[in-house]
Design a protein around this ligand. Structure first.
Ligand SMILES: Cc1cc2nc3c(=O)[nH]c(=O)nc-3n(C[C@H](O)[C@H](O)[C@H](O)COP(=O)(O)OP(=O)(O)OC[C@H]3O[C@@H](n4cnc5c(N)ncnc54)[C@H](O)[C@@H]3O)c2cc1C
Length: 358
């Protein structure tokens, strides 16, 4: 059957879900009765021929013209081929010690969401609660709810599936915390007025080199690792609990990385208002990349009120980050599975031919 005869649900299934490229962001869920989540999997239960194809359009793994999305988010701002558009890169952490103790690293994401809620920048946020043994998409509207979502769950929470629920409940300024695929989906959703995309008003992206399949949960159980309180991936996998810590080789879980993540060109959530990751140096701090004017305004105000603290990024560590991201993007551009990507030839050359000019 050619594409014009097919419904968009069938295209989503055939091009994205069946071959394993779905990142389980949840963007296609919630406004169509034929698309459902089953835990951390997405399924199309019936092909819909009458819809306008929003499910396919908002998918981060349907054909994606990054340069067009960038233009819409950043206008003429300068674009760094490795880091994306940015206004500032710094180390940052939550001002509150309590919040830092709850956060994955410096607690910057939680500090910024709680600040945005208190200031009325947003009236609700799509976040991920639960813990590393079960990620739970969560719609929060209070500081205490947001605090409950602190900590990284290294699986794929379909958080954006709650967007329509937030719209139906009357939220007008919705914040999103998400993996890079979810941030790309957010920018696509913002263009879809038929699903009230304009109500997404703050986008906080996480760094992400890959998320794990739900089979990882069984692995945790079988190896009695679900009894720990906290999980981190400094290099290998660290589990921490009251009875002591244990480290297992990353190789043991490599097989759980989603196929969809191997073709991800965006480890730093380049389309976010602000992006937050580890420093790979000091677990008490985060790397914070401020990208848009809206992000900068929020960060400056949060610094002024003491909700976050910042300090300069050591240049040698910035080079380490640059190299890691460069290598990742190069690998993805070489990968035959990255067909959804539409990257300008000049940018491709920058990564694929040493010393290129983007
Ligand atoms: C799957 C995954 C892979 C990651 N890989 C890297 C990496 O390779 N390098 C790196 O530097 N950082 C990575 N991160 C980001 C890092 O783990 C921290 O989330 C980030 O540094 C923010 O730290 P924080 O102390 O501000 O977090 P907190 O203040 O504790 O906030 C964490 C936030 O993350 C959200 N969250 C948790 N799990 C998920 C999920 N599965 N999907 C969407 N949102 C979620 C929660 O809603 C919460 O708001 C990854 C995160 C995830 C979820």
């Amino acid at each position: 059957m050619n594409n014009s005869e097919q419904g968009y649900g069938a295209r989503l299934k055939e091009e994205v879900i069946d071959p394993g490229f779905c990142s389980v962001c949840g963007a296609c869920v919630g406004f169509c009765p034929y698309i459902k989540t089953f835990g951390e999997r997405v399924g199309v239960i019936h092909d819909c021929k009458v819809c306008e194809g929003v499910c396919y359009r908002v998918c981060p793994r349907s054909p994606t013209q990054y340069h067009v999305l960038r233009q819409e988010v950043f206008g003429a701002s300068e674009h760094d081929p490795v880091f994306g558009a940015y206004k500032a890169i710094c180390f940052a952490r939550a001002g509150s010690e309590h919040l830092r103790s709850r956060g994955q690293y410096g607690g910057v994401v939680t500090a910024l969401v709680t600040f945005a809620l208190k200031q009325g920048i947003i009236d609700g946020a799509l976040m991920t609660g639960g813990n590393f043994t079960k990620a739970i998409p969560t719609l929060v509207s209070s500081v205490s709810d947001a605090l409950q979502c602190a900590g990284s769950k290294y699986t794929s929470s379909p958080t954006l599936g709650l967007f329509q629920e937030a719209v139906k409940e009357g939220y007008q300024k919705i914040g999103v915390v998400g993996r890079p695929c979810q941030i790309t989906a957010c920018r696509k959703i913002q263009k879809a007025s038929e699903i009230s995309g304009g109500k997404i008003s703050l986008v906080i992206g996480l760094f992400c080199m890959g998320s794990l399949l739900p089979e990882f949960y069984s692995f945790l159980k079988e190896n009695h690792l679900d009894r720990y309180e906290r999980m981190d991936i400094p290099k290998d996998i660290l589990f921490q609990g009251a009875g002591g810590d244990v480290m297992i080789p990353f190789e043991d879980v490599r097989r759980f990385i989603r196929l969809s993540c191997l073709s991800c060109y965006d480890p730093l959530s380049e389309l976010a208002d602000v992006s937050v990751g580890s420093t790979e140096h000091d677990p008490g701090w985060n790397t914070l990349i401020v990208r848009t004017a809206k992000g900068m305004d929020m960060v400056e105000k949060a610094r002024f009120t003491g909700d976050i603290e910042t300090k300069a990024y050591p240049p040698d560590l910035l080079n380490v980050l640059r190299e890691a991201v460069f290598n990742r993007k190069k690998r993805v551009l070489e990968c035959p599975e990255s067909m959804y990507l539409d990257v300008p030839p000049r940018e491709k050359d920058y990564f694929l031919t040493a010393g290129g000019d983007a």
